[in-house]
Design a protein around this ligand. Structure first.
Ligand code: HEC
Length: 117
């Protein structure tokens, strides 16, 4: 009696821990394909803002020389573009060099970040 009581209490506890762990994952799982994390991108955009403007400061546009505005594009568009530069399907030298240094996760994070601006 005592034993089965404490066991079910234990199960209740680990169940709660599981629910907590799952809900912590939920925001990530909510994104369909790649789990792009806009917050994680905040440490990465420093390599983009020099050319693509300071995120959030949209009055920085138009820029001195023609660089496409990437904020507000869909995440999928940005992701496809970066993957294409990385693969060499798009040939702009500076973007190829930048994209070559990005992981899939970096690309997903950056896409989430810029699509949200
Ligand atoms: C040295 C300047 C420079 C830096 C740094 C740079 N970009 Fe670019 N980016 C460009 C230029 C120039 C283009 C247009 C290239 C072309 O015509 O293909 C471009 C194009 C793009 C495009 C395609 C836009 C479109 O409309 O098709 C994306 C997406 C992009 N950049 C994202 C990024 C991200 C994310 C970073 C940071 C990781 C970054 N860029 C860093 C100069 C830069």
């Amino acid at each position: 009696m005592l034993m089965s009581n404490s066991r079910s209490r234990l199960q209740g506890l680990s169940g709660a821990a599981l629910v907590l762990a799952l809900s912590a994952l939920a925001p990530v799982a909510g994104h369909a394909a790649e789990a792009g994390d806009a917050d994680a991108a905040k440490g990465k955009v420093s390599m983009c803002i020099g050319c693509h403007g300071i995120p959030g400061y949209k009055t920085a546009y138009p820029l001195v020389y023609p660089v496409p505005r990437i904020s507000g594009q869909t995440a999928k568009y940005i992701e496809n573009a970066l993957v294409a530069y990385r693969k060499g399907d798009r040939s702009h030298p500076s973007m190829r060099a930048i994209a070559a240094s990005l992981s899939d996760q970096d690309i997903a994070d950056l896409a989430a970040y810029y699509s949200g601006r």
